[in-house]
Design a protein around this ligand. Structure first.
Ligand code: CA
Length: 228
């Protein structure tokens, strides 16, 4: 990684905050912290961290509400959120609440396990092209600002389509199987039907061709997809 990833830790208990800070910094992250929900929402907006580790139990605004607010705002909704909660039953409960969190970990967590999840999220949030613009033909993808243009015209993509294009544009010409794309874009630990890949490729294709131009995505029969 060119730049260190930034992680926002939202936790009101100082000892818990310390443990997280220590381990994240040891892992090469820049850590910023908040001990309440209002600060968390503000910091997410101002600092644009790569990842937020968010405790459910916070004074005043709960972690669930913080997560909802972050996922509601266009400027922060693409930031990955890992929610922490005190018991696994709570994890089951908040999973059902559609908070928009990307992952859930119950306390007491094992530090190596949490760090593994953090790394997995950061790998997805920050492709190896941090700070760089990648292009393919007249398509330009800026991994930092999450902007895509084609022939100078902005192309609006959903987060999944953006990750798909990031993956494909990093290796033009490479043929990806649906399973490989699932691993790269959705993650190994998520159960998604391979047909979902087709749906999102279809959306990506439509967005990329919205202003005309040739379809850059190639369907390789029986195998998968490639760019170019
Ligand atoms: Ca707490």
């Amino acid at each position: 990684m060119v730049n260190k990833p930034t992680v926002l830790v939202v936790e009101d208990e100082p000892s818990q905050r310390e443990i997280l800070m220590y381990n994240l910094e040891a892992d090469g992250c820049i850590v910023i912290t908040a001990d309440n929900g209002d600060d968390a929402v503000l910091l997410a907006e101002e600092e644009q961290p790569d990842l937020i580790i968010l405790d459910w139990m916070l004074p005043k605004m709960s972690g669930i509400e913080v997560c909802r607010q972050i996922k509601r705002r266009a400027t922060t909704r693409d930031i990955a959120v890992i929610m922490l909660s005190a018991r696994s039953e709570e994890v089951d409960k908040i999973r059902g609440l559609e908070t928009g969190a990307d992952d859930y970990v119950s306390k007491p967590y094992s530090v190596p396990e949490l760090m593994a999840r953090v790394r997995a999220r950061l790998r997805r949030a920050r492709p190896s092209t941090v700070g760089a613009e990648l292009s393919f033909g007249d398509i330009v993808l800026d991994a930092t600002s999450h902007k895509v243009t084609r022939a100078g015209q902005p192309i609006h993509l959903g987060p999944t389509e953006f990750r798909l294009l990031s993956t494909l544009i990093e290796h033009p010409g490479r043929v990806w199987s649906r399973d490989q794309l699932l691993d790269r874009v959705w993650g190994r630990d998520v159960f998604v039907d391979t047909r979902t890949v087709d749906v999102h490729i279809g959306r990506l294709r439509k967005s990329l061709c919205q202003n005309g131009g040739e379809d850059p995505l190639r369907t390789v029969r029986g195998t998968g997809y490639s760019l170019g």
